[in-house]
Design a protein around this ligand. Structure first.
Ligand SMILES: [Zn+2]
Length: 352
């Protein structure tokens, strides 16, 4: 059996499909939809759609959590018709995944790229009433979604934003054309193919062996400290980016470096966060904060960090004259790095 038979065998009953794992068949199915516009259009017939308005996802409120509803093609066509929009609008949708049963999931922004009055903000309220939900800013919504929806909606928003910002070819100035799945845009004039991009960012938790270094930017919520983060420069390796960022931001030299995990992050504009642990060279513990980049940076003990991990900011009130020290929430890779570090220490406040 060819390794690639999952692409050719379309019927789920075929014996070779059964030999491939669910993950592989899903991946092969999505690959096919990205490559074949007709197959993707067909998948819209049985697919479901997450809706956005000006990059804010449509959400419904459940107890202390947001839920992201999906709409069928027929529901969406009814909605488009009600709000005076051509069904051609569906071609602006992007493929973002599928269920194990190969129900394709798409995302469509009802407020972006509007050539008619459809995107006008006045209609937003009417749409919310019609859809029995609200378009909530992603920054507000992200931490109140379950992990699966948070990841899907982040990806969808990133892709919708990228398409909105790449309507024209940077070489010829001509309009670019999106493929049906939204996995690329092509300039018909210069034939250049544009693929969605993410900016690589290194996020590093620095330790001196017994303490870890956390920092804050003035834009952070009050009291919140996090790991050091910065964009990779062009031409840099991951290792070079970590060393440079740590030297630039706090004036320390990295000795050892270990990759931990990575995460897509939608803010401010779709980054690939690459999480690492670093230790500084022995004897180098004096911090020289680069005030162009940071407001403050300090060493924290394991006990202090373990306590901060349990706090849930942001805080609106001071305690003993200062805002409580806390770290980013669970969904953020910074939280995971800090948690990993605490779990390797022997402080008494465990478990986190
Ligand atoms: Zn061009």
């Amino acid at each position: 059996m060819s390794l690639y038979c999952g692409i050719a065998c379309r019927r789920k009953s075929s014996w070779c499909y059964r030999l491939l794992s669910t993950y592989v068949t899903k991946t092969r199915y999505l690959f096919e939809l990205k490559e074949d516009d007709d197959a993707c259009k067909k998948a819209q017939q049985t697919g479901t759609f997450y809706l956005f308005h000006s990059l804010a996802p449509l959400l419904q409120t459940s107890t202390n959590q947001y839920l992201a509803p999906r709409h069928s093609l027929s529901e969406l066509e009814r909605l488009l018709s009600k709000f005076g929009q051509d069904s051609q609008r569906l071609e602006d949708s992007v493929l973002i995944g599928c269920s194990e049963q190969h129900e394709a999931w798409f995302a469509l922004d009802l407020g972006l790229n509007s050539s008619s009055s459809f995107g006008a903000s006045l209609q937003k309220l009417e749409m919310e009433t019609e859809l029995q939900g609200s378009f909530i800013e992603m920054r507000k919504a992200l931490f109140q979604l379950n992990a699966k929806d948070a990841s899907l909606l982040s990806m969808a928003q990133a892709l919708l934003r990228w398409h909105d910002a790449h309507q024209f070819c940077s070489r010829s100035g001509q309009p670019t054309k999106k493929n049906m799945a939204g996995s690329k845009r092509v300039c018909p004039s210069s034939k250049i193919i544009y693929y969605p991009q993410m900016a690589p960012v290194v996020i590093t938790l620095v330790s001196d062996g017994t303490r870890c270094l956390l920092a804050r930017q003035s834009s952070f919520p009050r009291g919140m400290y996090s790991a050091l983060a910065g964009f990779c420069d062009i031409g840099e390796s991951l290792e070079e980016a970590v060393r440079r960022e740590v030297a630039e931001e706090v004036g320390l030299e990295v000795d050892k470096l270990q990759y931990s995990a990575s995460q897509h992050w939608p803010f401010p504009n779709s980054s690939l966060m690459i999480g690492c642990h670093a230790t500084v060279k022995p004897g180098q513990t004096e911090i020289h904060v680069n005030l162009r980049e940071l407001e403050a940076a300090a060493w924290f003990s394991c006990e202090e960090v373990a306590t901060a991990l349990r706090r849930k900011g942001p805080y609106s009130q001071q305690e003993n004259g200062t805002f409580p020290f806390w770290v980013p929430p669970k969904l953020a890779i910074a939280h995971q790095l800090i948690k990993e570090w605490v779990e390797k220490q022997t402080c008494s406040s465990l478990p986190v």
